[in-house]
Design a protein around this ligand. Structure first.
Ligand code: SF4
Length: 344
């Protein structure tokens, strides 16, 4: 086979990352359809917000149960990237476990990836149960029918498959290491997959190599698929949470912006000498549009918000109008804004 697998791997990588970059460019183009937004303010505070909320997941601890589960899945996502880096180097250069020279630290890394992978599977199962068996009300609102529901479930299945492939790959590798097969040097700790490897004890070397390779390939192809799936999914927030928190409001919560157009109208009404029927001055600029009738009337931050919405429905479940049975749903506004943006 020689270098054929390496060439195929590089091609898959170029295709996967290229398509992803194309979609990111589409998102940037779409957001630019909006009006310019005021993003002035201390840069240091913006970075701090991003580190605290997007990286540190500060808001997650507000609801301890789902927060804890989300943090596990999020940590799994971040840490698994180190493992993906190794897979990429191995795939391009035909090496095997290139980082194994790190010795004890490598064992620690692989061991913690495995524990995280197991915790991710457990968390995902709990998420699935909350969503589909316990039927949390906010997941079953009318706007969650069709694709949003499928999307939420699909992502859970993808995560289980990816983690399952990772553990299967390690289990076969562990067995091959035990058998002293060439190329499979002693590297890594396998606190979870060593149990799976127990089921593989009767498998031949050829079968184990085939299982290890197939799991390795599907794992990395699955990650590339996942990367590209994000664009079509509510899980785009995994990436957009970073710019979104960077460009977030720095003003105190609840502080309103003064709408100049409204202020002008009110001032006119309060002024006894004003003539409401007087024609505007010749050099007066055309009146600004009031409200928003399409995505172009929103500003770029609002459009970024729509792309970042996770469709968790917490805004809708707290909305007093929605609680009284009205159809108003802040989540639906976000979802429709994003759909309309794609349409435009
Ligand atoms: S806008 Fe509403 S549904 Fe979207 S992430 Fe925020 S709280 Fe959740």
């Amino acid at each position: 086979m020689g270098i054929l697998p390496n060439i195929l791997f590089v091609l898959a990588l170029i295709l996967g990352i290229g398509y992803f970059a194309r979609n990111i460019r589409k998102i940037i183009r779409n957001i630019r359809l909006g009006k310019a937004a005021d993003v002035t303010g201390p840069t240091a505070e913006r970075w701090k917000n991003m580190a605290r909320i997007a990286l540190g997941q500060q808001k997650m601890v507000v609801r301890p149960v789902s927060g804890f589960l989300h943090i596990i899945v999020y940590l799994g996502f971040i840490i698994i990237n180190i493992e993906v880096l190794e897979i990429i180097i191995d795939g391009v250069f035909g090496t095997h476990r290139i980082f194994s020279f790190l010795g004890g630290f490598y064992d620690f890394l692989i061991g913690s990836f495995e524990i995280l992978a197991l915790l991710v599977i457990v968390s995902v199962v709990i998420f699935w149960i909350r969503r589909n068996l316990l039927k949390l009300q906010r997941f079953w609102k009318p706007e969650m029918k069709g694709w949003p529901k499928k999307d939420a479930d699909l992502i859970l299945y993808i995560e289980v498959i990816l983690m399952g492939l990772f553990l299967t790959m390690n289990a076969a590798d562990f067995r091959l290491q035990e058998m002293g097969v060439d190329h499979y040097n002693q590297a890594g700790a396998f606190p979870v997959s060593s149990y799976i490897a127990g089921w593989m004890s009767a498998w031949s070397e050829t079968t184990l190599i085939a299982v290890e390779r197939v799991a390795w390939w599907f794992h990395i192809l699955g990650i590339l698929f996942f990367l590209n799936y994000l664009y079509y999914s509510k899980h785009l927030h995994i990436l957009l949470a970073f710019p979104n928190t960077y460009f977030g409001r720095l003003k105190p919560q609840g502080q309103f912006n003064n709408l100049e157009s409204v202020q002008k109208e009110v001032a006119l009404m309060m002024d006894p000498n004003a003539d409401p029927f007087a024609p505007p001055a010749e050099d007066a600029p055309p009146p600004e549009k009031f409200g928003a009738s399409d995505v172009m009337d929103l500003n770029q931050i609002q459009l970024l918000n729509a792309y970042t919405c996770t469709e968790c429905g917490r805004c809708t479940s707290e909305c007093p109008a929605n609680q009284t049975g009205k159809k108003l749903s802040p989540r639906k506004i976000m979802m429709d804004t994003r759909d309309r943006l794609e349409e435009v």
